[in-house]
Design a protein around this ligand. Structure first.
Ligand code: HEM
Ligand code: HEM
Length: 244
């Protein structure tokens, strides 16, 4: 019951925090054109740029192949693991969820391996550890601990999945249900609650922030709509004009 309340509060903080942070990003004035070049010239070009950033982490690929490999592998497997978790929250579970479920364990193993590699990069590459804050390690440690506790349930200390599903549906419909008192399940869910609370207020928000990043979301149309003082008929410059 305590964990149920904790998860409900964490979910509320997550949704509210996400809303507040995204609102703040959207309301921040961006008076200057500062796209990183070479940049697309049109809005549809920007959509494609963001698409490849989100799906393939293109600029990270250009910057560092090893970080890209482990970073991309982590995000892809995280997405996969979260998809397999959907089966706890939808009733009746969709057909395709059964298909991805069997691969969830492998995705979980790959996810933790990629996270350990990312942590190793922060610990052992001097150039990176110099710019690493304790919160960077904590985020990685939190995700590794969630992954390991999940894997422990998947492969060794099995839990009552039917009861977990009833509990998870109880979270969605605000109808508290008992949770099996398995240590790894309690650890897994407590850490997930911590993740939900810190997510909107930490660097973990970078996925949402990307869409509001002016170096990535602006077309390079500076020359088409530039500052160009126009001289009025009596020879006095007009205050300002944006020529289209
Ligand atoms: C309220 C939300 C969640 C619930 C109820 C939940 C529950 C579970 C359960 C019961 C298992 C064991 C699966 C089995 O035995 O077949 C598991 C595994 C796992 N969980 Fe979670 N979990 C939640 C959120 C998360 C989140 C947010 C992450 C990642 C950040 C995560 C990562 C994992 C991993 C990597 C595994 C092992 C691989 C797998 O079974 O897919 N879980 N989880
Ligand atoms: C649209 C969604 C997302 C995108 C496009 C995205 C993109 C990225 C990129 C490009 C990096 C590499 C940054 C760098 O080192 O230069 C990164 C790192 C990372 N992301 Fe994400 N991300 C997304 C969502 C998430 C989510 C939902 C989580 C966790 C819950 C997450 C956790 C992390 C972690 C732990 C790192 C590694 C940081 C490190 O090197 O220590 N990301 N992400």
């Amino acid at each position: 019951m305590v964990l149920y309340a904790f998860l409900c509060i964490a979910a509320a903080v997550f949704i509210g925090g996400l809303g507040v942070r995204i609102w703040a990003y959207a309301a921040t004035p961006v008076p200057l054109r500062i796209p990183v070049t070479p940049a697309p010239l049109t809005r549809s070009g920007v959509v494609m740029r963001l698409f490849w950033e989100v799906v393939l982490f293109r600029s990270l690929f250009n910057a560092s192949k090893w970080t890209w490999l482990f970073g991309w592998a982590f995000h892809a497997t995280l997405l996969f693991v979260l998809l397999t978790h959907l089966r706890y929250f939808v009733q009746p579970a969709w057909m395709w969820l059964g298909l991805v479920q069997d691969l969830g364990g492998y995705a979980g193993l790959a996810m933790v391996a990629a996270l350990v590699a990312l942590a190793g990069r922060r610990l052992f590459v001097p150039r990176i550890s110099a710019v690493t804050a304790p919160s960077d390690y904590l985020a990685l440690a939190l995700l590794i601990a969630i992954g390991l506790s999940g894997l422990a349930m998947k492969f060794v200390f099995h839990t009552d999945i039917v009861a977990v599903k009833a509990f998870a549906l109880g979270l969605v419909y605000l109808d508290p249900q008992p949770l099996p008192l398995d240590p790894f399940l309690i650890i897994h869910l407590s850490l997930v609650a911590v993740l939900l609370v810190v997510f909107p207020f930490s660097k973990l928000l970078h996925g949402a922030a990307l869409f509001f990043n002016p170096t990535r979301n602006q077309p390079d149309d500076l020359r088409e709509s530039r500052y160009a003082p126009r001289i009025t008929r009596n020879g006095v410059p007009a205050a300002r004009s944006d020529t289209a």
